[in-house]
Design a binder for this molecule. Structure first.
Ligand SMILES: Cc1cc2nc3c(=O)[nH]c(=O)nc-3n(C[C@H](O)[C@H](O)[C@H](O)COP(=O)(O)O)c2cc1C
Length: 215
């Protein structure tokens, strides 16, 4: 059982990364091998609209033809038994790096074909983790629906969890952030974030069980 996780946050140790690490700990405890990619470490671009992935009889049919650091990530993602994608919400969307990954991951298996719109090599469970400044789950409802909807169509049964009202910096007094109640944020960090991490851990365990059922 192979699990690939993708961190779309530029921060490799903060909220999204910690949620992903916790999900992967759950996967490992359920017996899976895991690998975490931090997109910030990689040099890549979004889809360039070359359409090589839709070229009939072409060498890249249903695969992304672009060659850069994302190539290995895309190959590993399609090779995995479970895919986990984490992103902070930026301006009501995923981060630019996450979006570039999703463009290439989804578009390469989407065909403009009347009968077979999806040419994915397989189905696998997908788990999405969003972290937000917003106070509660579902604040970015349209985003959640669009990412869950596309993943379900192109890849497999998709579940999404969030960690909300995350801690953004260690010391709020050093930043222009008077809108945010520091004491409240820190309390939440101590009381709610551990529960979010636990949710991620359990989701990781569940994902591996779901993947075994699909195999
Ligand atoms: C450029 C930028 C835009 C953001 N936009 C939003 C937003 O639209 N909605 C929201 O809830 N949080 C927003 N946030 C807050 C982050 O989503 C939140 O702090 C997240 O937990 C950060 O993840 P990280 O700690 O893994 O980097 C934004 C943060 C940044 C840096």
């Amino acid at each position: 059982m192979k699990v690939i996780a993708i961190n779309g946050s530029p921060r490799k140790k903060w909220n999204t990364a910690q949620m992903l690490e916790s999900a992967l700990a759950g996967c490992k405890d359920a017996g899976a091998e895991t690998k975490l990619y931090h997109l910030i470490d990689l040099k890549f671009k979004g889809c360039t609209s070359c359409f090589a992935c839709k070229r009939l009889g072409g060498p890249s049919y249903a695969r992304c033809a672009m060659r850069d650091d994302l190539t290995q990530v895309l190959n590993d993602a399609w090779d995995a038994d479970v895919l986990i994608v984490g992103s902070p919400v930026y301006f009501g969307d995923v981060t630019a790096d996450t979006r570039a990954f999703l463009e290439r991951f989804w578009f390469s298996v989407l065909m403009y074909n009347k009968e077979h719109m999806v040419r994915a090599p397989k189905k696998m469970p997908v788990k999405i983790i969003f972290t937000t400044n917003a106070p509660e789950f579902g604040f970015h409802k349209a985003l959640n629906e669009s990412v869950t909807g596309a993943m379900s169509r192109f890849v497999g049964p998709t579940e999404l969890i969030e960690a909300n009202a995350t801690l953004q910096f260690d010391d709020y007094s050093k930043y222009d952030a008077s809108m945010i109640d520091e004491a409240d944020r820190k309390k939440r960090r101590e009381e709610v974030f551990p529960l979010d991490l636990k949710k991620a851990y359990e989701m990781g365990r569940r994902a591996v069980e779901e993947a075994k059922a699909i195999k």
